[in-house]
Structure formats: structure tokens, C-alpha cells
Write a protein that binds this ligand. Structure first.
Ligand SMILES: [Zn+2]
Length: 397
């Protein structure tokens, strides 16, 4: 099966070409040629992009299907329990109507540490085997065994939580700096990148001292230029998750997303209802939204690699849909539209070693998004979805 998209503007993950043809041959992008295609699609007035990659999510049943409807072709899960993870991996391998995923599997936290307090909430218990008890790390001597257990589950990277909850008025057990360092070292020895959850400067410094590869959030207390410079100097990437802080802090600005017909019309009533969430059990600075947007701007100016990620979960942010607000917020924080699109495509692919995706080039996976208009000048045009392909399979409208 060969499909040719003709005369589209093409953002290839890095730069934009005003008009080009792109050929899909089976599950791959092929070099354009003059051979006849089975399907021809007129791309005039439209823009073709690599499928979006959400660099921070938590996947439960149905989420990967919803993500793909909104053009997110790969989700990077940052905490998933073993039974659920096996089920989601099977779905992603066997079906072409769901997004692909990578996952840390179980995250590393202290016994009773974040997010244990969320796992005990009534709505979470309804998630069954996806919310049961999970392995924790009491001290540095347990780091190696914890990483080995994650490898056995097929983890793609290691997620480490450094969060005593104080910034949000909670008091939670937290990994010691020595234990964080032991986990990062054990992860690296096993070939796994280490990605830390830290939402304060204090905790981000523990992560940086330990030698992590990435931060799963921007910090929500005021970020200093010194910290930004340190993150840049260490080559650490940062996942934005601005829509997450909006959701947790019930910032009313985020509601524009579902009021946008291009998004709202594709969401179930259940998904819309999930926007209301009780964020009181989640540690975030009270001024977290404003601080986080400023942090993204400061990190960007410091040359830090920013990856678009929502922290989509069973409530808000919403799988797939919220990526279209995340990239808008990245531009409001100071990234150009093309930079925000790269943060949602080529950059996460590169930083997570996904060499087969994130760009439009011959030989790569045909994970593609065709939208009306020009998101390289108006970022909200990503919401005007015309077509989505996953591994070359054109999705139903
Ligand atoms: Zn998360």
C-alpha cells in the first residue's frame, strides 16, 4: 500500500519546507518517486508533521487510543504497574489504532513516598490492578535490586521521585540523596537513562548531583538563572508538563482547550468530566503555573533541551488532547512555533533513543499528522487534524 501526500507544507521535525510530496510505503516513509500510489491525498493548504511524542504520561486502558485520535503517536509513560504495562504493550504491538509507548515501569520512590498518597485516593483504587501496591526503595543498598526488577519488566528507562511534598503543604517520605545517586548509577550500569521527578529547586539539585539524564517536570518554585545554567551545563533535558500544573492547581485558563471545537468535539463526556480533579494531594507550589511558565522561558534561553510532555493520566491533563495546549504554552513561554513542534517530535525521539521516529525522512516509521493550516506560524493549527497515520496505517476520521 503506497500513499502520496502532495503539495503539503512539511515540518520534518526540525525545519519547514513550503511545499513537498511525501510518500508512505507500507509502514515507512519512502523516498518520493514517480511510481503510482494507491492513494493520493491533496495536501494543499495543509501541513504534514511527524506524529507527536508526549514525553510524560501515565497510561491506563483506553488512553493510547485517545492519544492517537489527537495525533500523539508515541507516549513515554513515567510510571506503570507490571500487569497494566504488559496489557498496554500488547495493545501497542498488536493494534494500529492506538499510540505506541515506552515506559519506566514502576518508579523509584521511598516507602510511602510520592505518589503513594495519590494511589490511596478512592478514584485511583477503581483502577484495579493498575493501582495496586508497588515496589519501593528504602535505602541505597536496594537500588541495584530495584533496577534489576525493572529490567525484568522491560523498562525502557528509570524514573526516580525526589519529592517530600513540602512545597504543597504535605509531608511525605523521600529518597535520600545517597539512594538517588545509587539508583542513577545502577540505572546507568544497566543501560537505562535516569529521569527524575522534582518540582522544587532543592529536589532538582539532588537529581543533578546524582547525575540524572532528564527532569520529568520543570520546577514550580521560582527558577534561578544559576539552576538553569547548571541544567544546561550538565546536558540534562527537561519535560515541560505545564498543562499538568494548570490541571493540578485548577487554573481556569486550561479550559480553552475543550471549548475549542477542534478538540472538544472529539472528546467523550467522560474525558471532559475528568478535567475536574482534586489536586490537594499533589505537591506543587501555589504559584506553580506562573513559575513553571517562567521556568520554561529561562531554561530555553539557557539552551536547555525542553521536551513537550503533559503528565496525562486518568484525570487531567487529557491523553492526546492536552498536547495541543502544551505546545501552545511552550510558545507563550518563549519558544517559537517550530521550536515547540520540535519539542513534541524530533527532540524527545532523540533524547529517548527512538531513532525510527520523530522526523519525516525516508526509512523512518510513517507516524504522521496532517493538519489544516500552518502550525509553524499559528501553533493552534495542530488542533485542526485532517489525517493521522500510525506505522503507515491511516486512522479513521
Ligand atoms: Zn507523572
Amino acid at each position: 500500500m503506497r500513499t502520496r501526500i502532495r503539495n503539503a507544507r512539511v515540518f520534518d521535525g526540525l525545519t519547514t519546507t513550503a511545499q513537498a510530496d511525501v510518500l508512505i510505503d507500507g509502514g515507512r516513509i519512502a523516498a518520493p518517486d514517480d511510481l503510482p500510489a494507491d492513494v493520493e491525498i491533496d495536501g494543499s493548504g495543509k501541513t504534514l508533521l511527524p506524529g507527536l511524542i508526549d514525553a510524560h504520561t501515565h497510561v491506563f486502558d483506553g488512553d493510547l487510543a485517545q492519544a492517537l485520535r489527537f495525533g500523539v503517536t508515541t507516549e513515554l509513560d513515567m510510571f506503570c504497574l507490571p500487569g497494566n504495562l504488559a496489557r498496554q504493550r500488547r495493545a501497542a504491538a498488536d493494534h494500529d489504532d492506538v499510540a505506541d509507548l515506552r515506559s519506566s515501569g514502576v518508579l523509584a520512590t521511598a516507602p510511602g513516598g510520592h505518589p503513594s498518597q495519590i494511589m490511596d485516593a478512592p478514584g485511583v483504587r477503581d483502577l484495579g490492578d493498575a493501582a495496586g501496591p508497588f515496589d519501593t526503595v528504602a535505602d541505597a543498598s536496594q537500588a541495584k535490586g530495584f533496577v534489576e526488577a525493572r529490567l525484568a519488566e522491560g523498562a525502557d528507562y528509570l524514573k526516580i521521585v525526589i519529592d517530600n511534598g513540602h512545597v504543597g503543604g504535605l509531608d511525605l517520605p523521600v529518597l535520600s540523596p545517597e539512594t538517588v545517586t545509587a539508583l542513577v548509577e545502577a540505572g546507568h550500569a544497566a543501560g537505562l537513562q535516569a529521569i527524575a521527578h522534582a518540582v522544587t529547586t532543592r529536589d532538582a539539585l539532588v537529581a543533578l548531583d546524582a547525575g540524572v539524564d532528564g527532569l520529568a517536570h520543570v520546577v514550580t518554585d521560582p527558577l534561578t538563572d544559576d539552576l538553569a545554567a547548571r541544567i544546561a551545563a550538565q546536558g540534562v533535558f527537561v519535560v515541560s508538563t505545564l498543562t499538568y500544573f494548570e490541571a493540578v492547581l485548577n487554573d481556569p485558563s486550561g479550559a480553552e482547550l475543550v471549548r475549542d471545537e477542534r478538540i472538544g468535539s472529539k472528546l467523550s463526556d467522560q474525558a471532559k468530566a475528568a478535567l475536574d480533579r482534586d489536586g490537594s494531594v499533589i505537591p506543587v507550589h501555589p504559584d506553580g503555573v506562573r513559575n513553571a511558565v517562567q521556568a520554561v522561558g529561562t531554561l530555553h534561553r539557557a539552551g536547555v533541551a525542553l521536551l513537550a510532555g503533559t503528565d496525562a493520566n486518568p484525570w487531567a491533563p487529557l491523553h492526546g488532547a492536552s498536547m495541543h495546549r502544551e505546545v501552545l504554552l511552550l510558545t507563550e513561554a518563549g519558544l517559537s512555533a517550530e521550536e515547540a513542534l520540535a519539542a513534541a517530535t524530533s527532540l524527545p525521539a532523540r533524547r529517548f533513543g527512538l531513532a525510527d521516529r520523530g522526523r519525516i525522512a525516508p526509512g523512518l516509521r510513517a507516524d504522521l499528522l496532517l493538519v489544516d493550516g500552518d502550525p509553524t506560524t499559528d501553533i493552534t493549527a495542530t488542533r485542526a487534524i485532517s489525517e493521522v497515520w500510525r506505522r503507515g496505517v491511516r486512522q479513521a476520521r
